[in-house]
Design a protein around this ligand. Sequence first.
Ligand SMILES: [Fe+2]
Ligand SMILES: [Fe+2]
Length: 284
Amino acid sequence: MILWITDPHLDYFHSDREITRWGVSLQETYHPEYVVISGDISQSIGLKKHLSLLQKALKASIWFVPGNHDYWGSDIATVDAICSSLGKKIQCLDSLDYVQLEGMTLVGQFAWYDGRAGKGRTSGVQLWDFRRVKDLAAEYQSPWMWQHMEDSRTPLLSRLQTLAWAATQKLEAKICKALQVSQDIVVVTHVPPYLEAAWYRGQLSGEEYAPWFSCPTMGEMLSRVAVNNPEARFAVLCGHTHHHGIYSPHPNLHVYTGLGREPLPVVSGPITHDLFDRKAPWER
Ligand SMILES: [Fe+2]
Ligand SMILES: [Fe+2]
């Protein structure tokens, strides 16, 4: 059985023992052989230790993509290097073309939000990411500048769009390879690739938050791939907004946004072929 979890934010637990206890409770309840986590697992400094604690408690192999919070306190290259060197039982999908588990073909890639949706560059929202991820902080002037001088937003937005585009190209290449071995593809990512998948309490995120809660650059690619491969079926698993919902931009492409920690981490459900038939995993 493959269990899907998103946004567990393990660094919010007060102690390592609490993480272990939570992992053991999942093991006893679900007995998963594999666990897939779609990002926001911890912060850079705790990522390796927290994933290791969880893996030992679960006694299952973990496959994951990082989320924006996992880069906090460090830079992108350092965290990517950590992610790709965690051993055989904790593998980052970003580092792999695809993986076949229990008849499912999983392809994963983290992509930053691209700042394009909703109010785009005119959004006044400033995320902690802008200060806590070194690569973003290097392009971010100050809260005052962001608020009062719209031009000051350009370097950061350009950087985000470059990162989103690079990740999208990487993901497309991986999906093309996966399509050569399977017609049923599960894509694991963190940021919703469509604004319509950026759920917040049963509704969509507001215009102000939309630029930071979605990555249309990736969504446009996924739509093109789904339309060009009508015989294939795609299910996308993401998180980031911490509220769940389903969006189906095409008959053969369903996007599932999982429920994040609030206040405790939760399970979004099993990963099965039902995902291709628009059946919510959290209702099983
Ligand atoms: Fe999160
Ligand atoms: Fe996130």
